[in-house]
Ligand binder design. Structure first.
Ligand SMILES: [Zn+2]
Length: 121
């Protein structure tokens, strides 16, 4: 069986996601002021492998390392590709919203569909 990174490369997942995080729009190398390290892009399992999520592209999306680490605790649905966000303040705001508003709310309601409006874009 192919590992998910191979699948991501084969199906050009980063390109599909416009080389940016599907949630905050952050791109590789951007540096939100609070963090020591620049952002990088990660391949995220929408449904985790522990929960039986597959390594097929339908279950994979691109998130920045920051959103992925916030998400990992609570889960996010599969997001549609978006345009990159080059305003670092907006990237930071989105990450902050994810951490302090969206994820705590989702923890209460469980795994349900979350719309673009709820996500704030
Ligand atoms: Zn992000």
């Amino acid at each position: 069986m192919k590992i998910y990174r191979e699948v991501a490369i084969e199906c050009e997942l980063e390109k599909t996601y416009n080389y940016c995080c599907a949630f905050c729009g952050g791109t590789k190398g951007q540096k939100p002021s609070k963090y020591h390290n620049p952002l990088w892009l990660t391949v995220d399992h929408v449904q985790t492998q522990n929960e039986g999520g597959s390594c097929k592209k339908e279950n994979l999306q691109i998130l920045c390392n920051r959103c992925n680490s916030i998400k990992n605790r609570w889960g996010l649905p599969k997001l549609e590709p978006r345009e990159p966000e080059f305003d670092i303040g907006k990237v930071e705001n989105a990450q902050h919203r994810l951490q302090y508003k969206i994820m705590p709310a989702r923890r209460k309601t469980g795994w349900t569909y979350i719309s673009r409006i709820e996500l704030g874009y």
